[in-house]
Structures are given as structure tokens and as C-alpha cells.
Design a protein. Structure first.
Length: 310
């Protein structure tokens, strides 16, 4: 179980930078094999930095989502925020933070996306419904769009894409919106895949305005009713998520070349979850939509081709 660190006063000597990256590597490999495998396609310098970011995000998410979430309060997140400030000031307070301090020094990045993610996790402490898509979008930006901004700071951009004559007059394209779009698409996908699990915890992320549009009630959702109203509602949600994937795809060619393959691979895997939901006749309540390992492996050469030519 992940825990907040002991208080500063009781802090023991921290591990070395290498040992800390190893802790982060273990954490990502344990929680998310697919993310972990995608990071192996990155250069040796960038890979551990992504692990450090992942570990910070995952530990934060576990505070509000994991087994110890019952004892997480807004004050816990205040503490986490103070710890973040300390990381950016160069002072790690626990063994995982040692790697992140090294990462933010080697790959200068803005602290704001990290603060925004804490704000997103805070929303999970007091909200279990979203009235409109605009409200849900803010949540998705905070808990997932921010990951795009953090990761791109490490993966880097390749400005040689901006050398065509028509760029001379303009600012080079900065793919911030596309970076965020991939996080949004991924989060919308998570929401559709986990709809049953979330309902069992009393949570509904699908905007209530959408439920109303398809004449589907909260009670129907808690009862796991799969009928034509539900199928139409899900088709609508899936189409929306795919719009964000399409937007994200347009930004990948602006990434430094070693980042394009892993990002294509990750994108194809997440968007594949939507197709599995369709194949399951939209029954996300009792059938967990997952992409089998062989299919993920099969998509790697296609992801590579796309990373070379698109
Ligand atoms: C130009 C362009 C397209 C650039 C690409 C930018 C890029 C690499 C974007 C990555 C976007 C992305 C993969 C976002 C992940 C979002 C995510 C998984 C959010 C999860 C939130 C809470 O959701 P929930 O509780 O429903 O999920 P679980 O069931 O608990 O999983 C998060 C859990 C927040 C915490 C996020 C993470 C732990 C993921 C961090 C991932 C990385 C740092 C790796 C990204 C790197 C690559 C190579 C794809
Ligand atoms: Mn979670």
C-alpha cells in the first residue's frame, strides 16, 4: 500500500538517485505493464524520467483511489502539495521523490500541471457527479491532460517539422492541445471501461446531461441496464473520445523522434479499449474491456510505421 512519507523530523537517510529510479521502475511495472513496455521504446535518458513522473502520479491517485483512500482528507492533499513544492525546490522528502528531483532538474518543466493534477484528485474527494461535459472536461484535464504536458517536457519536441516556407511567417506549432487531448481521450476511455466499478462506489463520471439526452437514469446505471438507450449513450461517448484521439494523432509528429513510437503504441492500445467495449455489445458493467497482450504486440509494427510516416 502506498503511504505518504514519514514526517520530515523522523525522516531517515534517503536512497541514492539510482535506487530511487529503480523504485519508480518497480512501481510502473507493477501497476501498468503496458505503460512500462511503452517507456522501453524511449531513449535511456528519458525512460527513467517518465518512470519518476508515473510514480508521482500513481502515488497521488492511490491516495484518493487506493485501499487507504478512506483516510485521505483535503489536508492529506495539502501535505502532498507542500511536498511537491519541496521537490521543485530541490529537496526530496521521501525515497520516490529523489528521482523526481533529479528529473525536474534534468528536464526543466513547469510545476503548474502537477498542481493541477492535485486539484483534479481533490475533485474526487468531494464530487461524484458531473452535470455537463464542460465540467467533466476540467476533471479530465486535471487528472490526465496534465500527464501529457509533464511527459512532453521529457520526450521533447522536434522543431524540424516547422521548417516549411509557410512557417517562416508564423510561430512554430506548439502541440500543447494535442498533448492534452491524448490525456483527455485516455481518461474518457477509462471512464467508459470502469463505468460499472465506479457505479459500485456511487460514482458517475458520464455527464448527467448525456444520461438525460438518452433518457437513461442514474438508477438504470446503478442497475447495470444494457438496452438501446444505453447503447446509444455509449456510442455517443465513444465517438467523443475518438475525436480526442484524432486530435492527439495530429500532434505526434511534433514530438522528438524517439517519443513517437511509444506514444503511437500507447494511443493505439487505449483506443483499442473502445473497440472492445463495442465488441462486448457495450456491456461495460459485467465484462471488463481489455486489449489482450498478443493484440498489443501485433499493433507495435503498425505503431512504428505510423511513427515513421505520419
Ligand atoms: C503531442 C502528443 C500527442 C503528445 C503525447 C503526450 C503524452 C505522452 C500524453 C500521455 C497522456 C496519458 C497517457 C495520460 C494518462 C492518463 C491517466 C492514465 C490518468 C489516470 C488518472 C486517474 O484515472 P483513474 O483513477 O480512472 O485510473 P486508474 O484506474 O487508477 O488507472 C490517472 C491514474 C492519473 C495518474 C496518471 C498516471 C499514473 C499515468 C502517468 C503516465 C505516464 C507518466 C506515462 C505516459 C507516457 C507515455 C510514453 C504514453
Ligand atoms: Mn485511479
Amino acid at each position: 500500500m502506498l503511504q505518504l512519507p514519514e514526517s520530515k523530523a523522523r525522516m531517515k537517510t534517503l536512497v541514492s538517485v539510482d535506487e530511487s529510479y529503480e523504485l519508480c521502475r518497480h512501481l510502473i511495472a507493477k501497476y501498468s505493464t503496458t505503460f512500462y513496455l511503452s517507456t522501453l521504446l524511449l531513449s535511456k535518458e528519458k525512460r527513467p524520467a517518465i518512470w519518476a513522473i508515473y510514480a508521482w502520479c500513481r502515488r497521488l491517485d492511490e491516495l484518493v483511489d487506493g485501499p487507504a483512500s478512506a483516510i485521505t482528507t483535503p489536508e492529506t492533499l495539502d501535505l502532498w502539495e507542500q511536498q511537491l513544492e519541496s521537490i521543485f525546490a530541490g529537496h526530496p522528502l521521501d525515497n520516490f521523490d529523489v528521482a523526481l528531483v533529479d528529473t525536474v532538474q534534468r528536464f526543466p518543466m513547469d510545476i503548474q500541471p502537477f498542481r493541477d493534477m492535485i486539484a483534479g484528485q481533490r475533485m474526487d474527494l468531494y464530487r461524484s457527479r458531473y452535470e455537463t461535459f464542460e465540467e467533466l472536461y476540467l476533471y479530465c484535464y486535471r487528472v490526465a491532460g496534465t500527464v501529457g504536458l509533464m511527459s512532453t517536457a521529457i520526450m521533447g519536441l522536434d522543431t524540424s517539422n516547422n521548417t516549411a516556407p509557410w512557417y517562416r511567417e508564423q510561430q512554430p506549432h506548439n502541440p500543447t492541445e494535442e498533448e492534452i487531448a491524448l490525456g483527455i481521450a485516455k481518461q474518457l476511455t477509462n471512464i467508459l471501461r470502469d463505468v460499472g466499478e465506479d457505479a459500485r462506489r456511487g460514482r458517475i463520471y458520464i455527464p448527467l446531461e448525456d444520461l438525460a439526452r438518452f433518457n437513461y437514469t442514474e438508477q438504470d446505471l446503478f442497475d447495470g441496464i444494457v438496452d438501446d438507450r444505453w447503447r446509444s449513450l455509449m456510442r455517443f461517448q465513444i465517438a467523443r473520445a475518438r475525436q480526442f484521439y484524432r486530435k492527439a494523432e495530429k500532434g505526434i509528429s511534433y514530438l522528438a523522434s524517439d517519443g513517437r513510437w511509444p506514444v503511437w503504441a500507447a494511443l493505439m492500445h487505449y483506443s483499442g479499449i473502445l473497440s472492445v467495449i463495442e465488441r462486448n455489445d457495450f456491456n461495460a458493467f459485467t465484462k471488463r474491456a481489455y486489449v489482450p497482450q498478443w493484440r498489443k504486440l501485433r499493433s507495435l509494427p503498425v505503431a512504428w510505421m505510423r511513427s515513421q510516416v505520419l
